[in-house]
Write a protein that binds this ligand. Structure first.
Ligand SMILES: Nc1ncnc2c1ncn2[C@@H]1O[C@H](COP(=O)(O)OP(=O)(O)O)[C@@H](O)[C@H]1O
Ligand code: SF4
Ligand SMILES: [Mg+2]
Length: 324
């Protein structure tokens, strides 16, 4: 069995919302019972509509947020309750690349200072040579060291964000919508950089995206999130060729098929994603599902192997039949 870099068991992250004093306080169930494993060498795509809990899950998985319940294992170690200095080795295993490089880089710090921060968090100081090497890894150079974030293009800023994540030589990068703030023309360059770094440094990735085309391009495995839970997961080619969960099928039906002449029946999702403050009983997707029956409102379906498969799972009482 390949080494496990990340394991989430029954992870929940609920946020308390303090409303007006005369109202009862409410709870946002941003992540509501997720099991998820990433093994060495994998690139896993995590997809779902906005608000499905992807960023929250990414932050819990990197231990930037404490889970409300459940267990987080990183590099085979239970780190669920680690705090402060005990998180140092965790940071050396898993790092995060953020969605919006503009917002995640301090505008008052030079690139050199930004890239030094992860070293300082480990209690060390980088040499100038180490910083230059980091810049070169992401296609930038020594001349960029003294510059400030506003002097760069969006794509270059994301390269700086990636260099910062690489500073402590992690094994796993969790990239939260790494290209969605970028122009389409620049997106491919950044995705290519991630692929090159994977080959060069033996990195593993979780790539979060709301865009299924992005995930298809990079991921060997895909997990689909809906209202804080994973509703389907499996090898990308299997999930894309024959989605088992009605939600995945609907999402994919909106993506153009690469083969000329082949079309897919378009399934239009009606209604909005329900609020994670009071998600539907039973199956979270049932209020928008074209196959929902009474049983779907009773208990939440669990992820189970799709018939005839060993790694492809879906959480649905009436999964789609495999297409031939
Ligand atoms: N700090 C927070 N406090 C309260 N609610 C939050 C917080 N962070 C996220 N949420 C809510 O949790 C849900 C999931 O958000 P998020 O993880 O950002 O989803 P995604 O990244 O898939 O768009 C959303 O309803 C969002 O409003
Ligand atoms: S369990 Fe029921 S409501 Fe949920 S996706 Fe399957 S058929 Fe639809
Ligand atoms: Mg997000």
């Amino acid at each position: 069995m390949t080494e496990e870099l990340l394991r989430l068991d029954g992870v929940r992250k609920h946020f308390g919302l303090r409303g007006a004093p005369w109202r009862e306080s409410q709870t946002v169930k941003a992540v509501d019972g997720v099991n998820f494993v990433v093994r060495k060498g994998e690139t896993v795509g995590l997809v779902g509509e906005s608000g499905s809990g992807k960023s929250t899950l990414a932050r819990v998985a990197t231990r930037l947020l404490d889970p409300t319940s459940g267990r987080v294992e990183i590099g085979g170690k239970d780190v669920t309750r680690f705090r402060g200095r005990r998180l140092r080795p965790v940071r050396r295993t898993v790092q995060m690349v953020f969605q919006d490089p503009q917002a995640s880089l301090n505008p008052r710090q030079s690139v050199g200072t930004i890239l030094s921060t992860p070293f300082r968090a480990q209690g060390t100081r980088p040499t100038r040579g180490q910083l230059i090497e980091l810049l070169q890894k992401v296609g930038l150079s020594e001349e960029h060291l003294e510059r400030y974030p506003h002097e760069f293009s969006g794509g270059q800023r994301q390269r700086i964000g990636i260099a910062r994540a690489l500073a402590v030589s992690p094994d796993l990068l969790i990239c939260d919508e790494p290209v969605s703030a970028l122009d389409v023309s620049v997106q491919a360059q950044v995705l290519n950089l991630l692929a090159d770094l994977r080959d060069e440094l033996g990195l593993s990735y979780v790539v979060v995206a709301h865009d299924l085309a992005v995930v298809r391009q990079v991921a060997s495995r895909v997990a689909v999130m809906y209202l804080g839970t994973i509703v389907e997961e499996g090898p990308s080619d299997q999930v894309y060729a024959a989605p088992a969960h009605p939600y995945t099928k609907a999402l994919l039906s909106a993506v153009p098929v690469p083969e000329p002449g082949v079309t897919r029946e378009r399934i239009v999702l009606t209604g909005d994603v329900p609020t994670p403050i009071s998600p539907p009983s039973g199956c979270p997707f049932r209020t928008r599902c074209y196959k929902a029956e009474d049983i779907c409102a009773t208990e939440r379906p669990v992820l189970e192997l799709v018939q005839g498969h060993t790694e492809h799972r879906a959480a649905c009482y009436f999964p789609e039949p495999p297409t031939s």
